[in-house]
Design a protein around this ligand. Structure first.
Ligand code: UDP
Ligand code: MG
Length: 221
């Protein structure tokens, strides 16, 4: 099936990266003849992310954006993306190209073969610092135990069929945890490995403080 693919990109203070990310993804989709739209979700950025998204959407026919009035966090940005995406399936990816967009081609082929969820699983955790790695590992160990889903190498880099998108939206979870929920809903799922690339520019938005806050919010269920 030649279905439409929505590529959802949550973006917070990514003004430096929007133009390049749009160019890279547009080129890959065009080269591989995949019908697509790119949906940037500006999560209340304080820099020029929204201007850059508007410029990218003028430059590229298939690029659009939505815009939050303040920073609600990546989970909310993903939910907004799922709401506004028009695709028969979607991929959620980071704006900094740590999720290598070339992998989307493989994910889309697997969807064409009938998979409803394609999870990109980390081969390693890239260039993260010692404390960040330690915090992340501890958090995922706890979450894996609680949910009975192996989260150690899970990521938000996933393809979802529209059926799965609708189920996630209907859950109306207030503090959702996208990478766990999309495994838990139990559709026909497969996995592909990916190497976490280095961030193209700018800094990670996850301070140690925000990671702890996030871990507490997500284990309070
Ligand atoms: N992001 C977001 N809202 C936030 C924090 C991050 O939409 O409040 C986006 C960010 O722009 C990026 C993705 O989520 O596209 C992952 O963020 P980041 O690269 O900072 O996380 P890390 O790779 O360090 O886990
Ligand atoms: Mg990143």
């Amino acid at each position: 099936m030649e279905g439409l693919l929505s590529i959802i990109i949550p973006s917070y203070n990514e003004g430096l990266l929007i133009d390049n990310t749009a160019n890279v993804v547009v080129d890959i989709m065009t080269e591989h003849k995949i019908p697509y739209e790119i949906l940037f979700v500006d999560d209340g950025s304080k820099d020029d992310t929204w201007n850059r998204i508007q410029e990218a959407s003028k430059k590229h026919e298939h690029v659009r954006g939505v815009h939050f009035s303040r920073n609600f966090g990546k989970e909310s940005a993903i939910t907004a993306g799922l709401t506004y995406a028009k695709g028969d399936c979607c991929v959620v990816m980071d704006c900094d190209l740590q999720h290598p967009p070339i992998k989307i081609v493989e994910m889309y082929k697997l969807w064409q073969e009938g998979y409803e969820v394609v999870e990109a699983v980390k081969e390693d955790r890239g260039e993260e610092s010692g404390i960040h790695r330690f915090m992340a590992n501890t958090f995922y160990k706890i979450i894996s135990k609680l949910t009975n889903i192996d989260m150690m190498n899970a990521s938000d880099f996933k393809l979802l069929d529209r059926k799965v998108m609708l189920v996630l939206l209907n859950m109306k979870e207030k503090n959702s945890f996208f990478r766990a929920l999309s495994s838990w809903v139990g559709f026909k799922t497969t996995q592909i490995p990916f190497r976490v690339a280095e961030r193209e520019a700018g800094e990670s938005k996850w301070s140690t403080k925000s990671l702890i806050k996030y871990a507490i919010l997500n284990t309070d269920c």
